[in-house]
Design a binder for this molecule. Structure first.
Ligand SMILES: [Zn+2]
Length: 140
């Protein structure tokens, strides 16, 4: 199916302001995700601060830590030059949880595509038969 990249959501790590917890996860639109913000604001420090929070939050973050600001920029250049209809996009469409706009993977690609093309850009996504995780920080 196709979805507007501006409607897609991602789960991000963050530090709540409750004074009781150092970290949590929340679902935000791609336009609020640190990868997107670091691209459009051309600010590597946004990316680095986020990676530091994410690394401290998640034991299975290893998969994502291979992504540096540099590799995010390379992905951006590659998608700008060759477009989304490249081999990777065709072979591995982004995945969302069942009946949701929350990305299961493709977070970096979504951030780049939103930065390049704006919210109306349509992307192919595959819906997983997996329930969407609810992230609620009850202190706030
Ligand atoms: Zn809390």
């Amino acid at each position: 199916m196709k979805k507007r990249v501006g409607d897609l959501m991602v789960a991000i790590h963050y530090k709540p302001n409750c004074g009781r917890h150092d970290r949590d996860v929340k679902n935000v639109p791609v336009r609020e995700c640190p990868y997107y913000l670091s691209i459009v604001q051309e600010d590597e420090s946004i990316h680095e601060r986020y990676v530091a929070v994410a690394k401290s939050s998640s034991s299975n973050y290893l998969k994502e830590t291979r992504y540096t600001y540099g590799s995010l920029m390379r992905l951006a250049f590659s998608l700008a030059k060759d477009g989304y209809r490249d081999e990777k996009g065709a072979k591995e469409p982004m995945k969302v949880y069942r009946e949701s706009n929350l990305l299961h993977d493709g977070h970096h690609r979504a951030a780049v595509l939103l930065a390049l093309h704006g919210p109306e850009y349509l992307v192919d996504v595959v819906e997983l038969d997996e329930e969407v995780p609810i992230h609620e920080h009850r202190c706030e």
